[in-house]
Ligand binder design. Structure first.
Ligand code: F6P
Length: 359
């Protein structure tokens, strides 16, 4: 029986299991067997894998996380070898694929995993990518699954913060994920009725943020809700880094901008302020119906392409159509929020401040 491989890489995200399920169902219907590699590319380097049959994918559609496991550390081209040093183990990956008779690998991941996949394809592997990130920041696809669920989780948090902000006449700051792009903050901020939204793409000042909050107070609303993306810059500075992890492929851990914003607001307005960091709650749990649908469409298309012998591409959404682009194009550019985006303009029209001087 011909074989496909599948793995999940990078940070997890709601909908990964739905992709795995769709790949297996489509492949089985086409007469293929599917091998799942455990813990991202580590499973290929170390030959840790399982057979994904009907039984293994039963009940996966609505399950969060990934049954295959994942990590955002182990790059086979710079593989950690224990003593703090790295070695190139990419030949081992090719050998595993070959020995197991895998015709094509379906690699589900973000820009890191997809870049590794491209390097392996350049070396002779056959692979199809599936984009994944709650941040929705890959330019080559209009949407990534996981984003809709993250926005829903953040919106629910904002709804809850609203009632306590109003009762106590406080400012509530919510720090959300969004490393380089503020899509989660923007969409949940609008959906959750935030008064101020701070994102990496728009420079903000504490004067403008405080002016908005004080204007609301004068108008009889002594409470405000502020959303800040983790990648938003500090006034006059850069991103706020919680820690730098030596030896990690992804050494910069963001965090702390929410506390900074909260402290500056309290000082500038004199209003009692509290800060909540939503963190990994945005990545966990069951995918929304929209994410289950998108994940399923991506999985079906990836398996179809793989079985047709197409390699070196990533499935993507173009408008409402699932299509594909080359892996080279897929990993080239991030999709940031354009400061004149229609949703930014709509948000401004209903009085939401981005902490800047309105253009
Ligand atoms: O890329 C998705 C993301 O959620 C970023 O927004 C965030 O900075 C990062 O993952 C956190 O990753 P980790 O799980 O390694 O802390």
């Amino acid at each position: 029986m011909p074989r496909l491989g599948v793995l999940t890489g990078g940070g997890d995200c709601p909908g990964l299991n739905a992709v795995i399920r769709a790949v297996v169902k489509t492949a089985n219907a086409g007469g293929y067997k599917v091998i799942g590699f455990l813990d991202a590319y580590s499973g290929l380097v170390e030959r840790r894998h399982i057979t994904l049959d009907r039984q293994a994918i039963s009940g996966l559609l609505h399950r969060g996380g990934t049954v295959l496991g994942t990590n955002n550390r182990d790059n086979p081209f710079r593989y950690p070898v224990g003593d703090g040093t790295c070695a190139d183990r990419s030949d081992d990956v090719l050998r595993t694929l070959d020995d197991l008779g895998i015709e094509c690998l379906v690699a589900i991941g973000g820009d890191g995993t997809l870049s590794i996949t491209k390097e392996l394809v350049d070396k002779g592997a056959r692979a199809v990518g599936v984009p994944k990130t709650i941040d929705n920041d890959l330019a080559a696809t209009d949407r990534t699954f996981g984003f809709d669920t993250a926005v829903a989780t953040a919106t629910e948090a904002l709804d809850r913060l609203h009632t306590t902000a109003e009762s106590h006449h406080r400012v509530m700051v919510l720090e959300l994920m969004g490393r380089y792009a503020g899509w989660i903050a923007l969409e949940s901020g609008v959906a959750g009725g935030a008064d101020v939204i701070l994102i990496p793409e728009i420079e903000w000042t504490i004067d403008a943020v405080a002016a908005k909050i004080l204007e609301r107070k004068r108008a009889g609303k002594p409470f405000s809700v502020v959303v800040v993306a983790e990648g938003a810059r500090a006034p006059g500075g850069g991103m706020v880094v919680r820690e730098r992890v030596k030896g990690s492929a992804d050494p910069v851990r963001l965090g702390g901008i929410g506390d900074l914003v909260g402290q500056l607001i309290a000082e500038a307005t004199g209003i009692e302020t509290r800060v909540t960091v939503l963190g990994h709650l945005q990545r966990g749990g069951s995918p929304s119906p929209a994410d289950r649908v998108l994940a399923t469409r991506f999985g079906v298309e990836a398996a179809r392409l793989a079985m047709e012998g197409i390699s070196g591409v990533m499935v993507c959404l173009e408008g409402s159509r699932v299509s594909h682009v080359s892996l080279a194009d897929a990993t080239k550019r991030l999709k940031k929020v354009p400061p004149d985006h229609q949703l930014i303009r709509a948000a401004r029209a209903i009085g939401i401040s981005f902490g800047d001087v309105e253009p």
